[in-house]
Ligand binder design. Structure first.
Ligand SMILES: *Cc1c(COP(=O)(O)O)cnc(C)c1O
Length: 407
């Protein structure tokens, strides 16, 4: 039986089973060695029984591995698992999350096309769009992701792709994916959703009408801060274009990293539930602190899009934004005080890790924006971003309380 047939059989057996079961069981087919856990295939190329066998592989008559920039068995385990969890026909692994977004641009846009995006985005995504997509002759405009009328009004005859992150970073803005997909379809455009913050454990954009899901596997898919990688997920037809870009452009995922991500996915549901449960407790606690003026977390009933988030997500994720104030200090100093008083949390720009991380967006991740751009994005100087890890809630709270008491 060919690997494709084996994969189909496996997916059929798993079809009606829960996400947790599929996270553990999907994607992996043992080699002739009978290994129980996915092996790592650290090989750049593959060999053939004869010249005619090689010719058949290169011509595509026989499906099989040729070169690890094209395909690799370890990368395929990750891709098949992720496709299964997202409910997509196919996933394509990439060297990083940004590699996936670059691939998206090269696969689905050309000079003269218009990309319409939500404004509240990961910083490098904005740089990629503004510096490099524009250089290729792609028109890029931004709207408030939560304002469906603004999306509709910004549609142009040449709009080919709509792009958003939901929940967004660092303000937890929620975009209505189902309604946005209707706007995209009506305008003949594709909709791509960056699903980093929720992962398929908490939100499946393809089921809500999106055409493409984008991932930075670096974040929750690994979940343990070990490797950089990314992915696109969607229909066979759309992914064939993305595959062409990855295979030829060389933004391929490393087999070793793919092995890490595939193992990370096995515990995805368990981890995401734990992150979300802890984050909600910490967000509620933060909301009750006098030095905290605002908490951005869609799990709170005070969040403007709480109902929408509750409908389109099965959990609220692990990222919280909160704004501090002080009677003695300016906003930047107050935020830095809270960050510097921590003893357990990591001061880093990364997120989606078992280790809780704390960041001051104004002076780090969003430091390259002008004051005006930051104000427009709603990023206050007292804003702190917290990625809630898997340490105990009490220890994380005590770590934050120490700094808050100094304000
Ligand atoms: C980190 C991140 C990316 C980029 O991923 P890399 O793996 O760092 O290239 C894209 N989108 C979001 C929301 C992210 O958090």
């Amino acid at each position: 039986m060919s690997r494709e047939d084996q994969k189909q059989l496996l997916n059929q057996r798993l079809e009606n089973l829960s996400l947790d079961t599929r996270a553990v069981r999907s994607g992996f087919i043992a080699s002739s060695e009978g290994e129980h856990s996915p092996a790592v295939f650290m090989t750049s190329s593959f060999t053939y029984a004869s010249a005619s066998d090689a010719a058949a592989h290169f011509s595509g008559k026989v499906k099989g591995n040729i070169y690890s920039r094209f395909t690799n068995p370890s990368v395929r385990v990750f891709e098949d698992k992720l496709a299964n969890l997202e409910g997509g026909e196919r996933a394509i692994g990439t060297a990083s999350g940004m590699g996936a977004i670059l691939t998206m641009g090269l696969a689905y846009l050309a000079a003269g096309d218009h990309l319409l995006s939500s404004r509240d985005l990961f910083g490098s995504t904005v740089s990629l769009f503004n510096k490099y997509f524009k250089k290729l002759g792609i028109e890029v405009t931004y709207v408030d992701g939560t304002d469906l009328d603004a999306w509709q009004a910004a549609m142009q005859p040449n709009t080919k792709l709509l792009y958003c992150e939901t929940p967004s970073n660092p303000l937890s803005q929620i975009v209505d994916v189902q309604k946005l997909s209707q706007i995209a379809k009506k305008g003949g455009a594709l909709l791509a959703v960056d699903n980093c913050f929720c992962t398929p454990a908490l939100q499946r954009p393809l089921e809500l009408g999106a055409d493409i899901v984008i991932h930075s596997a670096t974040k929750y898919l690994d979940g343990q801060g070990r490797a950089v990688g990314g992915a696109l997920v969607g229909s066979n037809e759309l992914m064939e274009h993305a595959y062409g870009v990855v295979r030829t452009g060389g933004v391929s995922m490393s087999p070793f990293n793919a092995w890490i991500f595939a193992k990370g996915l096995e515990t995805l549901g368990l981890r995401m539930r734990a992150h979300a449960e802890a984050a909600l407790k910490i967000a509620e606690w933060l909301e009750a602190q006098p030095q905290v003026t605002k908490v951005h977390y869609a799990g709170l009933t005070s969040h403007p899009d709480h109902k929408l988030a509750a409908a389109q997500q099965s959990g609220f994720g692990g990222i919280i934004g909160f704004e501090v104030t002080s009677t003695k200090l300016g906003l930047v100093e107050a935020a830095w005080q809270v960050i510097d008083a921590t003893e357990v949390l990591s001061i880093t720009g990364n997120l989606g890790d078992v280790r809780s991380t704390i960041t001051h967006p104004t002076t780090t991740t969003h430091g390259r924006l002008s004051d005006e751009e930051r104000a427009q994005a709603g990023i206050n100087d007292g804003l702190i971003r917290l990625s809630v890890g898997l340490e105990s809630v009490e220890d994380i709270q005590a770590d934050l309380a120490r700094g808050l008491a100094l304000l």
